[in-house]
Design a protein around this ligand. Structure first.
Ligand SMILES: *[C@@H]1O[C@H](CO)[C@@H](O)[C@H](O)[C@H]1NC(C)=O
Ligand SMILES: *[C@@H]1O[C@H](CO)[C@@H](O)[C@H](O)[C@H]1NC(C)=O
Ligand SMILES: *[C@@H]1O[C@H](CO)[C@@H](O)[C@H](O)[C@H]1NC(C)=O
Ligand SMILES: *[C@@H]1O[C@H](CO)[C@@H](O)[C@H](O)[C@H]1NC(C)=O
Ligand SMILES: *[C@@H]1O[C@H](CO)[C@@H](O)[C@H](O)[C@H]1NC(C)=O
Ligand SMILES: *[C@@H]1O[C@H](CO)[C@@H](O)[C@H](O)[C@H]1NC(C)=O
Length: 938
């Protein structure tokens, strides 16, 4: 569930945090806030190394305690602090954590009149990530000799990096003296899960020797066990004998804590402690309840008839633990319970001997936690990563601390976020105008996939405009005016502007080349251009000396050349225009980002057309390497066939116009005498069909999650053709062999040889002189009417979805040829999902998710096109399936406690739960399917 974006931020944190290693060898983080004049020191008491907080936060002001409080006997940790007078939220960033593991967080506060005002802040709030931890009330005195206030929580961290934030709630300037982090074994405190944290109210060690706090190294997790004794009520017991360890101990209280205990002075007396329900601990709303853990070890060797037996009751209800006897001499034991009764305003725990007991009750220690919820979700991971990178790159100050969008009231200045229910917030707009930004435009802007509005005006941005911005589907306004940008406006953006999807403001960039023709010419044909420019100048010189006639003739010639250049640079807006422009005119393909190769170059690139990647009706596809080592696929038209010239040119034209991450992109082309070739990005993992048939290059059965992802990616590529292009493009040959996978197993639609523009203005809809299709994939309506529509692609994609669900080819050959649509429809109509879903996935999926995809596939393959969803609907629905599947991710916390039982006594070694193994099946099985019968020839 938890996105892993913090992993990426880690690299970034390296920048912010000066690359300092944050963890010591135990995984501890020990921060002495406000420490100055030295980087680190060894703490006298624990011998742990404490470091300055300078590498963990970039705001706030360091202070020492006032002179009268800066006393030598005080722990060094609390003699300095950091105060945050500015901004509502200020944060510490703790990196190098392990996402999904459990940590103990501890923050320490000692005011010590650091500001000379002698006025403690009444209260401020503390957050771990986006979840409320506690309100800090400094006016309370702490329990230790320094009177410091210490707050502690045990939580499972969702990311590899966590921010601890102080929030000014109007109760005075927040400050902090120390911040510590200790990793815990996952099996400890099983009540702390991804959704619930434990906020420590109290941790008491009865009869502590010399009244000292026990912590590291006695407690390897460095919990603070505060001493508690009262000689008027309790007798103290101590032992120097070892207390036995037991397997599966869920709390691992340190030995030193368990070696001391109390019993009532009066054998018939009781031990009591209690707490009040304090809603402010849970942000003004009562939390899910409390957890109490009692550590009970027998420290006396009991004679034959002696019996120590006691009832542990809560609010006089004796049913919590009736008739408890510690399991044996020096044997570790504990009992715990969650208390969630909302009607109680306070709880009192009473430990009292039973009537049969010959000895008074004993107790060594107890811990009391308020349960806190940790279910708030921060900004969508990719957005958060991107905007953190932007912050780091430009050193943005503002209030850019903590989570970018969450909570809404503290969202970063200049950002707008979408807060759709159930989804993590996404960033929809960024305004960084007049922010003094230097250097080039960060590529991270192009990762903000929900971005609609980007304002970077009036800064000092240099370099060129990244074309990657054209990939942002929702981006409608970019304001780059008032900068120092250079280069030209990239073609992808120009395309979106021409299509009316985007407004780009670029005024007041003196070095920006905004006339596309002259920019291209400047870049590509400097020398020729020089001639065209110098010709008129020459002519003007000649006017003077020769004749007006010569002048007239030369100028006319020059204009003609100019207008020809114009035509080639402007992309044709429809198929008709294209078809008129390509007949024999090489310039028609000479578009800015595509390289033109000679046949000789192709020979070199492909090592003499050495390795064949695939073959189609058009010709063969060869493996090749460009000079810079980029691997490419070269599709060479076989000149034995007349077929394909038109398709070749059509595909080349289309490919120069479309740019999308889920469409295979063209690197260049070749039109050298009779040779024609297209050079594409290399798709290392071959066709989706190969993977479905489990004859993929790595073998193995494609897991469901991967299938789902590829389905969504394919739909996104087609959606771009249908809605992102003007006029819309119809692929006309969608099939599993035309969906290719790159090295990261990302799907891209390939083969645009049959792609057609869909012209709404001409009501005819028709560009089909031939019916293009592959059996099994063809839309029956298109077959009947010869009129392809975008819904024809929807139909074909539906077939691909069925292939993904069933693992079967588009046409089943057994016992006689049947289309997969018919086959699946019959079975699904009877509710027979199991008979349809690919058995090789061996249940590595959520059946509801598979049903949903099957349903989408059936809708897509509806007989009539009007009943089919649009590609955008398909994308939206598949997106939901992906989210559902991601929500199914195995979580890190183990089985969970039996804490809802009223009685949880630890008596002997328990076996731990075997956690569910929900990992995906990747076992290799021999494919039982017939080879793909779908012909590839056209
Ligand atoms: C705090 O005191 C230390 C010396 O003990 C000194 O080096 C440091 O600069 C002081 N910090 C501030 C903020 O005055
Ligand atoms: C802080 O604690 C003191 C003492 O218990 C109490 O009087 C005060 O109201 C508390 N302040 C806040 C803001 O909770
Ligand atoms: C308790 O204090 C005494 C005297 O100061 C000392 O000798 C002894 O070592 C201390 N015991 C512990 C466990 O710290
Ligand atoms: C012990 O406690 C019982 C019941 O609370 C009381 O009646 C009795 O007097 C106590 N004995 C002493 C010695 O305090
Ligand atoms: C107390 O002892 C009697 C006799 O041994 C037994 O019947 C009774 O169940 C015991 N009560 C408890 C609470 O264990
Ligand atoms: C750009 O930088 C120059 C000097 O480097 C500075 O004078 C100018 O104010 C800056 N402009 C903006 C808009 O920040």
């Amino acid at each position: 569930m938890a996105p892993r974006w913090w992993l990426l931020i880690l690299c970034l944190a390296g920048n912010i945090l000066h690359g300092r290693a944050q963890l010591d060898s135990r995984g501890f983080i020990n921060i002495d806030c406000g420490l100055q004049g030295e980087e680190s020191y060894i703490d006298d008491e624990t011998k742990l190394v404490y470091v300055s907080d300078a590498g963990f936060t970039d705001t706030g002001t360091p202070y020492n305690l006032s002179a009268e409080n800066f006393l030598p006997w005080r722990s060094r940790n609390v003699r300095s602090l950091r105060s945050f007078p500015d901004g509502v939220r200020n944060c510490y960033t703790l990196g190098s954590l392990v996402s999904g593991l459990k940590y103990l967080f501890r923050a320490t506060f000692l005011y010590g009149n650091y500001d000379g005002l002698n006025k403690r802040p009444a209260s401020f709030d503390l957050y771990i990530g986006v979840n409320f931890w506690t309100a800090v009330n400094i006016s309370l005195w702490g329990l230790d000799q320094d009177n410091r206030v210490t707050v502690e929580a045990i939580v499972v961290v969702p990311h590899n990096l966590v921010q601890v934030c102080l929030v000014n709630t109007g109760g005075g300037t927040p400050f902090i003296s120390g911040l510590e982090l200790r990793p815990l074994k996952m099996s400890l405190y099983p009540q702390a899960t991804a959704e619930l944290g434990l906020f420590l109210l109290r941790r008491r060690n009865f009869a502590a020797i010399n009244g000292t706090i026990i912590r590291f190294p006695d407690d390897p997790y460095d919990r603070l066990w505060y001493p508690r004794s009262d000689a008027t009520m309790w007798a103290e017991m101590t032992t120097t004998e070892r207390v036995d360890d037991v397997d599966g101990d869920e709390f691992e209280a340190p030995m030193a804590v368990l070696q001391t205990a109390i019993k009532p002075l009066n054998a018939s007396g009781s031990i009591r402690f209690g707490w009040e329900v304090a809603p402010e601990l849970n942000n003004a709303s009562p939390g899910p309840g409390y957890l109490a853990v009692l550590h009970l070890v027998e420290l006396e060797l009991l004679g034959g008839d002696a019996l120590r037996q006691f009832n542990i009751s809560v609010n006089h209800d004796e049913s919590w633990v009736p008739g408890y006897t510690p399991p044996g001499y020096l044997r570790r034991a504990y009992v715990y319970n969650k208390f969630t009764n909302p009607s109680h305003s306070s709880y009192i725990v009473t430990i009292k001997a039973t009537a049969n007991s010959t000895l008074p009750p004993i107790i060594s220690a107890y811990e009391l936690f308020s349960i806190i919820t940790t279910t708030n979700i921060g900004t969508e991971s990719q957005d958060a990563t991107a905007v953190m990178a932007i912050k780091a790159k430009y050193g943005v100050q503002k209030n850019w601390m903590g989570d970018p969008c969450f909570p809404k009231t503290m969202a970063w200045d200049g950002l707008n976020c979408s807060y759709a229910a159930a989804n993590p917030p996404g960033i929809t707009s960024i305004n960084l105008s007049f922010s003094g930004l230097n250097s080039d435009i960060s590529s991270s802007f192009a990762h903000l996939k929900a971005l609609q509005y980007l304002d970077l005006s009036n800064n000092n941005l240099t370099g060129s405009i990244p074309d990657a911005l054209s990939q942002l589907p929702s981006l409608t306004v970019i304001d780059l005016s008032g900068n120092q940008l250079s280069g030209s406006i990239p073609s992808g953006l120009l395309k979106r502007i021409q299509d009316g999807f985007l407004v780009l403001r670029h005024g007041n960039n003196p070095n920006l080349c905004t006339d596309r023709n002259s920019c291209q010419l400047a870049a590509k044909r400097k020398s020729k251009l020089a001639i065209y420019v110098s010709v008129p100048i020459l002519v003007i010189v000649l006017i003077v000396s020769v004749s007006l006639l010569v002048l007239f003739f030369l100028r006319r010639r020059n204009q003609q050349q100019g207008s020809m250049k114009n035509r080639t640079a402007v992309k044709p807006q429809n198929e008709e225009a294209m078809s008129t422009s390509y007949g024999g005119d090489d310039d028609s393909l000479r578009l800015v980002e595509n390289r033109r190769f000679t046949y000789k170059e192709l020979e070199r690139i492909t090592n003499g057309f050495d390795r064949v990647l695939g073959e189609g009706g058009f010709g063969r596809v060869y493996d090749g390497f460009l000079e810079d080592g980029t691997q490419v696929a070269v599709k060479l038209r076989s000149h034995s066939s007349n077929q394909g010239v038109k398709e070749f040119l059509a595909e080349a034209q289309i490919l120069t116009r479309i740019h999308h991450k889920n469409l295979v992109s063209m690197i260049g082309y070749c039109k050298d005498r009779e040779y024609m070739a297209l050079v594409y990005e290399y798709m290392a993992q071959g066709t989706l069909r190969e993977h479905i048939a489990a004859s993929g290059r790595n073998g193995g059965c494609l897991p469901w999650r991967q299938r789902l992802k590829n389905a969504l990616e394919s739909a996104q590529g087609l959606e771009y053709l249908h809605t992102g292009c003007n006029p819309p493009l119809i692929h006309r040959d969608v099939k599993a062999t035309n969906i290719l996978l790159n090295a990261r197993l990302e799907a891209k639609i390939a083969d645009f040889g049959l792609t057609k523009a869909f012209d709404y203005h001409n009501n005819t809809h028709l560009f089909t002189n031939t019916l293009a299709f592959t059996p099994g994939y063809v839309d029956p309506e298109y077959q009947a009417t010869m009129q392809p529509t975008t819904k024809s692609d929807v139909y074909s994609l539906g077939v691909v979805l069925l292939e993904l669900v069933t693992g079967k080819p588009a046409i089943l050959s057994d016992p006689e040829p049947t289309s997969i649509v018919q086959w699946a429809r019959q079975r699904l109509a009877r509710g027979n999902m199991e008979g349809v879903v690919d058995a090789r996935m061996q249940g590595g999926y959520d059946i509801n998710g598979v049903w949903k995809v099957a349903e989408i596939a059936l809708k897509c393959t509806a007989q009539g096109s009007a009943q089919r969803p649009t590609m955008a609907d398909v994308v939206a629905q598949l997106q939901e399936c992906v989210e559902l599947e991601e929500g199914r991710a195995p979580s890190f916390h183990t089985g969970g406690s039996s804490g809802d039982d009223n009685y949880n006594a630890y008596t002997s070694a328990q076996s731990t739960d075997v956690s569910n193994n929900t990992a995906f099946e990747t076992e290799l099985r021999i494919p039982t399917l017939a080879a793909d019968p779908g012909p590839t020839a056209r």
